[in-house]
Design a protein around this ligand. Sequence first.
Ligand code: DGJ
Length: 722
Amino acid sequence: MTERLFLTTIAACASLTVPAKDILVNTPNTSLLLKAEGGQPLHISYYGERIDDINQVYAAYSLWEPAYPAFAGGGSNSYALSVKHADGNMSTELIYLEDKQTTEANSTLYIISMKDKAYDLLVDVCYRAYNNSDVIETWTEIHNQEKKPVTLLKYASGFLPLRRGNAWVSHQHGTWGAEAYIYEEPLQNGMFEVCESNGARNAFSSRANIMISLDGKPRENEGRVVGAVLCWSGPYRFSIDTPDQSEHHLTVGINEANSAYTLKKGESFTTPPLALSYSTEGMGGVSRSYHRWARLNNKVHNGTATRKILLNSWEGVYLNVSQDGMEKMMDGIRDLGGELFVMDDGWFGNKYRRTRDNCALGDWVTDTLKLPHGIPALEKAATERGLKWGIWIEPEMTNTQSELYETHPDWVICHPNRTPVTGRGGTQLILDMSNPKVQDFVFDVVDRLMKETPNTYYMKWDANFDIANFGSHHLTADNQSHLYVDYHRGLTKTLERIRAKYPDLVLQCCASGGGRVNYGLMPFFDEFWVSDNTDAQQRLFIQWGTSMFFPSCAMAQHVSASPNHQTGRVIPLKFRFDVAMTGRLGMEMKPEDLTEKELAYAKNAVATYKEIRPIIQQGNQYRILSPYDKTGYASELYITDDKSEAVFFAYKFEHYLNQARPRFLFAGLNPDATYRLTELCRNGNADHWEGHTFTGKFLMQQGVEIALNGLFASKVIRLTKQ
Ligand code: DGJ
């Protein structure tokens, strides 16, 4: 008898055989408490600060909600699962069967098996609690053991009830060039939702991440905050239902709209993980937990590796790539001390040449009119200069003007009875990643480049269109509604293959800028392009928002030309560097356009960044003065785990005569330690505190005066423990 059949058989008498038990899911500083009882739904009664005496929770009369409520299953109006059973019944009543715990390298896995009372539908509710960060992932595995197909109408990853209070939600919204802006609002009666249905670039407008501050208006470094992140690259839905006076119900998962998913007899469906975090140290505490979780557990590929300083060709030459032009840029970044050169869009196409952005995607052959010696010659030129080599691709896409589309019109996403709506250039289309032949093709784009130029160190993987035409030539008529899910499963499968063969290739995740900043894809990508907007003033807001959930080592931040190409704003080079330095530093311009004085400044800034990059890329971030607070100032700090080395950044990005000068307080320091302050990349007079020592306590309570005069003034201060 299989294990599953056995479970089914014992289900009927589960209430007699399975005693009630408490399942305490712990991270170093947080706990989630579940109660499992035979014949009953699994209940959740607590999520918050770590508790070791669970009796307190029950004695206080805490939450008592199903941990994974199902539609019409009794108990809760909110539901995470809705199933149409083989006989047409729409209701599901899940009861607890058994649970098991497994110790893993950095975590403990809890699997709690449940079954419908009357149907052979089994659901494993899973929790993975990390011991190196305060994050608990939850997801479900849904198994159809019924005699015929069942249809999943809603299949959320997780559910979390929260005790009602003065709770506020922080969520993120944006558009091209203005990603990840933060919006905050109180949670009131009724339904609050963040949901997305774009298809391929799920971070383009809203983001699959929220925070809920439980003690009033969100604060950076104080107050109890819950974080929720869906590790999925496709459409998603975050719902917070506030149905009554005592609770908020958070349900998070794949957006079920237009995505009913049918499971044949014997098939299973695994939902993507929902990563929960909780902190008493405000939003900053939750951010630091996610950063740590991502870096230490490969939620960002190779999260602990040092990221190299690069020059990307895009804003320097756009599509006009040439051997000479690339070599000049290589010279430029080499002279500044950079480590990597990346050739962006424009290098490919034969019948249709990529001289404009309306053709050739899919035709991944070198344009020998632009690059007569091919890609290996460019890699050689980079190596000769002591640089690593990188290249741009957009493998999931094609254009109506391409040889690929002419050969395989059925590979694009579009129903056969429809004329496709096109994207960029009036011709762009997206390939159908649910189709294994397309998956092979996309794998080959990377594989062929790697075979041709084996020392390729880096690839920028772009994606500039959505699933704007719904319909698959590959999926059967019955399964058209699987497209959103199967697209992302196909993409994930392809990335798994690429990673299995090329674990060390550095991959950047790009989608018209930050359109794919999500933890569904980041386990395969070392970094992401934060935004196509490289204006340092606006970047302060975009990077601030992005850092709420993503670590600095993954954030590609480039110094570009002035006036800025997106906004026309003129910003001094120092400010541009100081803003870009809080992530993975790079440049996106022709260095030859800089003056001698600017080149000298840039060279020093690159050398300085090399010194402080371990603190920034692997340190803990404390956001302090928020640019969103409309003072015209911003500040933040990065500090090593042992609190011995820190770097503080202060910016002034507005200027008016009655502007109040803020207190520059530090955060996250060891109060008892003494730190020496030194300004880095100084281009003016030294401030009073230069070279002096202060206790961490003084710096956090009193701070120091920082002379930021005029518009676009900034300072970088190194703190060294004495
Ligand atoms: C969009 C990206 O965000 C840009 O950085 C650049 O790579 C272009 N695509 C190239 O077409």
